[in-house]
Design a protein around this ligand. Structure first.
Ligand code: ATP
Ligand code: MG
Length: 415
């Protein structure tokens, strides 16, 4: 890894200000006007250099969170683990501003005596900030002062060669934050980059430490895989590296799971949003199918669906409403797969879970290559389903009479 800093001037790279969100530019300019360093950092620089649309634009600065707050009226300080400033523009646009951080030295950690979040909130220089990031391609800076790109870690070469490389020693960095192992697989799949040679072995060595990651954070990272349509690829690679069982404890995915997950990723890539209940149902459908028989009654199917989902939902503290929706998808899937012509078919087709259940069944048919005719037949039935019985009152309601204002008491005795 190059330890010297490379600065690429404006005329030697493709990032122009017109590619940057205008609110983000406002933030960068105001910080600069007030004498602070102001960089575009992280994923946005990476994505702009790759010609992709960044998901969000993050700012790095040497202003402290308090100083940032004083500069912007529309600013909130957030985060317990990692203090940062959120600058709000309207409801949906938010620019995240983080003060440059550094990693603590060992003796500082000892002295901090387990003070919570101490390690995440030590401010440092831009260079130190680059080195505490996860991968070289995620540590590039765009400087608003002269529109140059600053590369402290050799990220530009890795970006050109399509390589995910850990900054520093992979064992050390994975041990420090095991979630980075999953992120390495995620970025590799999202960008079509290869993992640097030292990553797979380091993942195998450190896989078990992922079990210590906070379930809430893992739940979010898992949903990121679905949103970025790489759940199939990443979980398959994770299985290969013996990491999958530590991403989702107790999960033993097989070929059928990966095929189905890949079908879901294709569907998401086509523009259909993926919800958590649907993702859950896809994760566990093959396991559910293996235990489900056409002669089971709905009560038994309900029980089976609950048992398939309960471990996952308990571990990740998933609300019962979400589990309920995933279970409804399983039950709808069961009704669809066992065939047509049952009593109550019309009522089932009008059930809120039926249309999504059909989507799940469609993915399953595509993944397994089976049941094409039955799927088509259900699709036609779904298109032609009867309208629900009208619940509108048959008799026209008489308009409500206005309440008469109560008269003030007439004979109030005067005192
Ligand atoms: P995207 O938002 O497109 O998923 P990103 O690179 O912006 O990708 P974020 O999760 O938003 O990813 O994180 C922003 C930046 O923070 C990263 O680019 C990286 O530099 C740094 N970062 C995030 N997570 C870690 C981590 N676990 N360890 C070290 N640095 C991290
Ligand atoms: Mg981001």
């Amino acid at each position: 890894m190059s330890l010297s800093t490379t600065i690429i001037p404006r005329d030697e790279h493709n990032i122009s200000r017109s590619m940057i969100d205008e609110n983000c530019l406002k933030v960068l300019y105001r910080l600069r006007r007030n004498g602070f360093k102001a960089y575009l950092v992280g994923g946005s620089v990476r994505d702009l250099l790759l010609g992709r649309q960044p998901k969000d634009f993050d700012v790095g600065t040497d202003a402290t969170p308090e100083q940032v707050r004083k500069l912007f009226r529309n600013c909130r300080l957030v985060g317990r683990r990692f203090r940062l400033a959120h600058i709000m523009f309207g409801r949906n646009n938010l620019i995240e501003v983080a003060t440059f951080r550094r990693k603590p030295r060992t003796e500082e950690l000892d002295a901090a005596d387990n003070e919570r979040f101490f390690a995440e909130n030590l401010f440092g220089t831009p260079q130190q900030d680059a080195f505490r990031r996860d991968f070289t391609i995620n540590a590039l800076f765009y400087d608003i002062n002269n529109f140059s790109i600053i590369d402290h870690v050799g990220g530009l070469t890795d970006l050109k060669n399509g390589v995910i490389r850990v900054i520093g020693d992979p064992d050390e960095r994975f041990n420090e934050d095991p979630v980075r192992m999953l992120r390495a697989l995620e970025f590799s799949a999202r960008l079509g980059f290869s993992l640097h040679d030292d990553i797979p072995a380091a993942i195998e060595r450190n896989a078990a430490s992922l079990i210590g990651a906070a379930p809430a954070r893992m739940r979010e990272e898992i949903m990121e895989l679905f949103r970025h349509k790489v759940a199939g690829k990443v979980l398959q690679k994770a299985e290969h590296l013996h990491l999958a069982e530590f991403i989702i404890p107790g999960y033993a995915p097989q070929r059928a799971n990966f095929d189905l997950l890949r079908q879901l990723d294709i569907r998401t890539a086509s523009g259909v949003k993926v919800t958590e209940p649907f993702a859950l149902a896809v994760l566990y459908l093959p396991q559910f199918c293996a235990r489900c028989h056409n002669d089971m009654n709905i009560g038994e199917v309900h029980k089976l669906a609950t048992s398939q989902l309960s471990g996952h939902c308990r571990y990740f503290s998933i609300a019962s409403g979400i589990r309920h929706q995933a279970r409804e998808l399983f039950i709808a899937f069961f009704r669809l797969r066992r065939g047509r012509g049952r009593r109550g078919e019309q009522r089932f087709l009008r059930h809120p879970a039926a249309a999504e259940g059909l989507e799940l069944y469609r993915l399953w048919c595509a993944a397994t290559g089976s049941d094409k005719e039955l799927l088509e037949s259900w699709q036609l039935a779904m298109n032609d389903r009867e309208a629900p019985p009208s619940t509108a009152p048959t008799r026209k309601r008489r308009p409500r009479r206005r309440r008469r204002r109560r008269q003030p008491p007439q004979n109030v005795a005067k005192e």
